[in-house]
Design a protein around this ligand. Structure first.
Ligand SMILES: [Mn+2]
Length: 477
C-alpha cells in the first residue's frame, strides 16, 4: 500500500501550508478533566483471579509492548508498527478485539510489531464498569491501567502519527475516524456494514456476527494453532476477555450467530484446559453466568456524575462541510442512559440547566468539539402506568472553536434545528429550568423530547438515524 501512504503524507503536508486552516489542537488528545468519580463493581470471582495484585501474562505482554512502542516512536521508528484500533465508544467488544488483534498480528505475522491503542483516555477507562471488570478478570493492571496504551498517552497528534505508521488495524468499526484516515489500513476485522475502506487489507474480514471478538478470536485461534505446536501459548487471559465480550454481545449466546458460538466454544476450551472433556451443559451455564455478571456491572452507573456520563459513551469526529474547504468541524455525540432531568438532578450541586450546560461547554472545549449532541434514552411510565422508552436530544453549538465567529455557528445551529424539527417527531423539552434553556443571549442550544407512536416505536430514533441527519444538515453552512 505504497500509493495511499504517499498520498496521505502529501495531504498532510499540503494541509500544513494552507494558511486558512483553523487550528486544530487536541483533536483527539484529551486533557484530564479531573478525578473521576468511578463506580466500584463488586468483585465477581468468575475466574480464578482472586489476587488483586497478580498481573497475568497478557498484562506483561501488553506493558512490554507499550514500552517498546513508545521507545520506537521516540527513535523515529513509527514505521515498524501497526496500531490496532477499536471504535470510539470503547465498549467491551472493542476493548477485547483491539487487544486480541494486536496480539494476533504480532504473533502470527512474521516480523510484525502491533499494539492496541484504546480510544478512551486513561482516566475514563473505568467509566465503563463492565470494562473494568473485564480487565480485572483478565488479570490486567488495576486502577491505573498502566499496561494499556490510551489515546491521551500518544506523544504526538494523530494527524502526525497516522501517516508515519506501517498501518492501522481496524476492529469493531469499518472506517477510520478523523485523522486516522491518513494511515495505511493494514487489517480490518469487523461486524458492521462494509464501508469499503482498506480493500487490500490483510486480513480483511467483515461478517455480521454479534460480536467482533468472535471474528478476531476465530482468526487468531486458526493461525495460532501452528504457533502452539512450537510452544508459544496464547495467554489464557486473552481468552477470558474475548469470552466476556462474546457473552455480553450475544446475551450469553442466546442470540449468537454460528461464529459467536464456535469461537466461544474454542475459547472456553482454551481457558479451561484443553485436556479436560468439553461439557456443553457446563459451557452454556458458564456463558449465561458471564453474561449476567457483565450485564449487572454495565448497569451499575449510579456513582457516575454528569461529566462521567458524557465521557463514558462519546463519539467525536471531524466533519468537512462541502462549501467550506478550510473549515472542518468537530461533531460529537454522547449517549447517556438517563433522562436530561435525571442528569441534572442526580449529580449537579445546584441542579440547574445552566450548570448542566456549563459543564457540557467545558467538556466541549477540552475535547475541541464544536457541536455536541446528547442523546438520552430512558424509561418513563405512561398514562396507563406502563413503562415506555423515551429519548431526549440535546444540541449545543459553540462559536469560539473552529466555527469561528457567530454567523457560521448560527447557520449550523439553525440547520440542525430545521433538520430535527422537520424530520423527527419531537417537541421542545420542558424541563426544570423553564424549557428552552434559560434564554441566555446567543446560546445556540436546544433540547427536544422525541414523541413516537405506541409500542416498539415509542422511543423515537437513535444515533444511527440522527447522526446522518445532522451531518446532512451541516453539509452546506
Ligand atoms: Mn462490536
Amino acid at each position: 500500500m505504497i500509493v495511499p501512504t504517499v498520498a496521505s503524507i502529501l495531504l498532510y503536508i499540503s494541509q500544513l501550508f494552507v494558511g486558512s486552516i483553523v487550528r486544530e489542537s487536541n483533536d483527539f488528545t484529551l486533557p484530564s478533566l479531573g478525578e473521576s468519580n468511578t463506580s466500584f463493581v463488586n468483585s465477581l470471582k468468575l475466574n480464578n483471579v482472586t489476587d488483586m495484585k497478580r498481573h497475568g501474562r497478557l498484562s506483561k505482554w501488553s506493558a512490554t509492548n507499550k514500552a517498546r512502542f513508545l521507545k520506537d516512536l521516540d527513535a523515529g521508528k513509527a514505521g515498524d508498527w501497526i496500531v490496532a484500533l477499536g471504535n470510539q465508544a470503547a465498549d467491551t467488544d472493542s476493548l477485547a478485539s483491539s487487544i486480541a488483534m494486536a496480539y494476533h498480528l504480532e504473533h502470527t505475522q512474521e516480523g510484525t510489531n502491533a499494539i492496541a491503542l484504546l480510544q478512551t483516555p486513561r482516566d475514563s477507562l473505568d467509566l465503563r464498569p463492565e470494562n473494568k471488570l473485564a480487565l480485572r478478570d483478565a488479570a490486567m493492571s488495576h486502577g491505573d491501567h498502566q499496561d494499556l496504551l490510551t489515546i491521551d498517552e500518544l506523544p504526538m497528534k494523530v494527524k502526525r502519527l497516522a501517516p508515519l505508521l506501517k498501518g492501522i488495524a481496524l476492529v469493531d468499526h469499518p472506517e477510520p475516524v478523523g485523522d486516522w484516515k491518513l494511515a495505511n489500513i493494514s487489517a480490518i476485522i469487523d461486524h458492521h456494514k462494509d464501508r469499503h475502506w482498506g480493500e487490500d487489507a490483510d486480513p480483511r474480514i467483515i461478517e455480521m456476527s454479534k460480536s467482533c471478538s468472535s471474528l478476531v478470536a476465530r482468526d487468531l485461534m486458526n493461525d495460532h494453532r501452528n504457533l502452539q505446536m512450537e510452544g508459544e501459548k496464547m495467554p489464557r487471559e486473552l481468552a477470558d476477555i474475548l469470552l466476556a465480550a462474546i457473552a455480553l454481545d450475544s446475551d450469553g449466546l442466546e442470540n449468537a450467530t454460528d461464529v459467536d458460538l464456535s469461537s466461544a466454544v474454542e475459547l472456553y476450551k482454551y481457558a479451561n484446559g484443553q485436556h479436560k472433556k468439553f461439557k456443553s451443559k457446563k459451557f452454556f451455564k458458564y456463558m449465561t453466568k458471564l453474561n449476567r455478571a457483565y450485564r449487572n456491572a454495565r448497569k451499575d452507573l449510579e456513582q457516575l456524575n454528569f461529566l462521567d456520563l458524557l465521557k463514558r459513551d462519546y463519539k467525536g469526529d471531524l466533519f468537512q462541510p462541502s462549501n467550506h474547504k478550510q473549515h472542518r468541524l468537530h461533531l460529537g455525540f454522547a449517549s447517556i442512559p438517563f433522562s436530561i432531568e435525571d442528569q441534572i438532578k442526580r449529580s449537579l450541586p445546584s441542579k440547574t440547566l445552566r450548570e448542566y450546560r456549563a459543564i457540557e461547554r467545558q467538556f466541549m472545549i477540552d475535547r475541541s468539539s464544536d457541536i455536541n449532541v446528547i442523546m438520552s434514552k430512558h424509561k418513563e411510565k405512561d398514562v396507563n402506568g406502563e413503562k415506555v422508552k423515551v429519548r431526549d436530544i440535546g444540541v449545543l453549538v459553540r462559536h469560539d472553536g473552529r466555527l469561528n465567529g457567530t454567523s457560521l455557528a448560527q447557520v449550523s445551529f439553525d440547520n440542525i434545528v430545521k433538520a430535527i424539527e422537520g424530520n423527527l417527531q419531537v417537541k421542545r423539552w420542558n424541563g426544570s429550568d423553564g424549557g428552552d434553556d434559560g434564554g441566555e443571549l446567543g446560546g445556540r442550544r436546544r433540547i427536544w423530547t422525541q414523541i413516537g407512536g405506541n409500542g416498539a416505536d415509542s422511543g423515537g430514533v437513535g444515533r444511527k438515524v440522527i447522526r446522518p441527519l445532522i451531518e446532512e444538515s451541516l453539509r452546506y453552512i
